[in-house]
Design a protein around this ligand. Structure first.
Ligand code: NAD
Ligand code: ZN
Length: 375
């Protein structure tokens, strides 16, 4: 657990120390179950404001698919497609928020329906409907000052934990960093495993492994406490059920992986991720490598840090016959390696969780360069 030790003043007993515990905000409402998406209209009804539309941000994959026709559009509601060809950018968030402000002034809420990228876009656009400036101004910790508009997250892929987290990961002009704040979590999430049914096998694995890696990094990290451990162990068990035990993929696997994602997200809420995420952020910043697959590419080479987890991961890859790309960093220049190293070493809490307070002595630039060279 990330605990700060506060020393009392000299008039007070110097032997007594107080721990500062993280007091984190969670999602407001949760509905879970196959077909729960059908309750969306009733869920939204009390949040509709006179003249202000509900905005549905739908992952572009679903354009023209049956799910689109199940969206409960009313009055002047707006349906927008989220282009998630690339992971969300601050410029994309700013443009979407501006478009809505220009067209409607204000909106009743934003409903994000899709994978982690669409959910993150929905969270960020909600915040930028009320906070001035650019979303890039809020990349960091607790910089957001005002609550956004009502926001709902509906995952169609399981694994990122974006449905429960207090961040929305954005690539900005100078960095890839989330808007981490108490205003970031969704007011409502709808967990309907039926929506993940048609996810392509490889994508389902990469996003599912994001969850598996969250669990390993949380459980093997120095910030771990019983809260994180309880959720992390359950999520890990569910990942094993679906990626190692199940003979073929079935509805129960979708049910389980959706809960694994939720529990994995809850686990890192009170701890932190670790080496795979810190290294994969560098890859993603420089090469645009996507989060799930980037984590897999890195985790595959992390025997030194997570020996048991990496061995099990390789078993899962083998069982499903998944593809883990190699040779990404083969032709990079020194300058490009330096960029990745700078981005990665900037993720201080991740390294501290993974390697402890003296992490800077352990993860030198040379060692990190060697790691990148293997990817
Ligand atoms: P994604 O949202 O980027 O989507 C990947 C692809 O799958 C896209 O092409 C999308 O159109 C498609 N897709 C989505 N649902 C589908 C379905 N049911 N069937 C078929 N195709 C479908 O993938 P992801 O792995 O869910 O999310 C990754 C994103 O989440 C990254 O942007 C990452 O930064 C972010 N993330 C956020 C957090 C957080 O806490 N906020 C945590 C981890 C990752
Ligand atoms: Zn992740």
């Amino acid at each position: 657990m990330r605990a700060r030790v506060i020393q009392l003043s000299s008039q007070q007993n110097p032997n007594i120390r107080y721990m500062q515990f993280r007091n984190f905000k969670m999602v407001g409402y949760v509905i879970y179950g196959r077909g729960s998406f059908n309750q969306l209209d009733a869920i939204l009804a009390p949040h509709r404001k006179e003249g202000a539309p509900m905005v549905f941000l739908l992952d572009h994959y679903f354009q023209g698919k049956p799910l689109e026709n199940r969206i409960p559009l009313r009055g002047n509601d707006k349906l927008l497609y989220a282009d998630v060809t690339h992971e969300p950018k601050t410029s994309q968030v700013d443009a979407l928020a501006q478009q809505l402000k220009d067209e409607f002034g204000t909106v009743s809420g934003i409903v994000g329906i899709g994978g982690g990228s669409t959910m993150d876009l929905a969270k960020a656009v909600s915040l930028m409907m009320t906070n001035p400036g650019s979303s890039a101004d809020y990349q960091g910790w607790d910089l957001v000052k005002l609550p956004g508009v009502y926001k709902v997250g509906i995952p169609t892929l399981s694994g990122t934990g974006a449905e429960v987290s207090r961040t929305t990961v954005l690539t900005g002009p100078t960095r890839k960093l989330g808007m981490n704040s108490d205003f970031t979590p969704f007011d409502q999430i709808v967990l309907d495993p039926e929506l993940t049914k048609d996810a392509p096998k490889n994508q389902r694995f990469y996003t599912g492994m994001d969850c598996y890696i969250h669990c390993i990094e949380s459980l093997e990290g120095t910030y771990l406490n019983e809260f994180s451990k309880s959720y992390g162990e359950k999520a890990l068990e569910l990942c094993r059920d679906v990626f190692l035990e199940a003979d073929t993929w079935n509805d129960e696997c979708d049910d389980k992986l959706m809960m694994a994602s939720y529990a994995g997200g809850m686990s890192i809420a009170y701890s932190q991720v670790g080496v795979a995420h810190a290294v994969s952020y560098g890859l993603s910043y420089l090469l645009g490598t996507k989060h799930g697959i980037g984590n897999c590419i890195v985790f595959d080479k992390l025997e030194e840090y997570y020996p048991a987890g990496v061995a099990e991961f390789k078993q899962m890859v083998k069982k499903g016959g998944y593809e883990i790309p190699k040779g990404l960093c083969k032709n990079l220049t020194d300058e490009q390696f330096d960029t990745m190293i700078n981005v990665s070493l900037g993720m201080k809490p991740l390294w501290e969780n993974a390697l402890g307070k003296d992490w800077e002595q352990i993860m030198t630039r040379k060692k990190l360069r060697h790691l990148y060279e293997q990817l």
